[in-house]
Design a binder for this molecule. Sequence first.
Ligand code: PLP
Length: 219
Amino acid sequence: MSLSEIRERIARAEAEAGRAPGSVSLVAVSKVQPPERVGAVLDAGHRLFGENRVQEAAERWPGFQERYEGISLHLVGPLQTNKARQAMGMFDAIHSLDRPKLARTLARLAEETGHCPDLFVQVNTGEEPQKAGVLPADADAFVAECRALGLPVTGLMCIPPVDEEPSLHFALLARIAARNDLAGLSMGMSGDFERAIALGATHVRVGSAIFGARESGTG
Ligand SMILES: *Cc1c(COP(=O)(O)O)cnc(C)c1O
């Protein structure tokens, strides 16, 4: 698989869903990938990348940012409150806003710095105990709480259970977003991004299908 093939598949899925060309953003999830693979994707002209750890992103991206213009970074993994300040300085979007304590921390830092990345509320659509995210039944109240804090919530994000049909989870996430007037939908990974686009994804997070298999898995 290559970047251009993934782009073609996204374009085809947009067309099949009757959606405007370019309405889906491709977040290339580069976590754990060797720098030469990331460099190849940068050389191919791609500029939007996802990382799931603040520390790893902080170690590898400043070097690329010196060599390539216009890089945009999205945090797709869990965020500890003690890393929130660093994350807000580094990422243009955070896809993992998943609890009130983090919302309050981000709001305080946004007030202090006058700046906040775009935020996606993570919803645990499969209600899995080990997985981050607010429960579907709590999502409306949490979105309202974030808005009351003045946070720029732009959408919702989910990671469906590995052993279930993801479309059911994508459809659920889309319904929750619609009733909360949220335009952004961060859903779909290497194995299911076309199904996510059919159900309204605005951001697909694709890692291994672009870069190849990860050598050590962190999710
Ligand atoms: C790793 C990761 C991805 C990408 O997964 P692939 O299956 O390699 O496409 C997407 N989203 C999140 C939150 C991830 O941690």
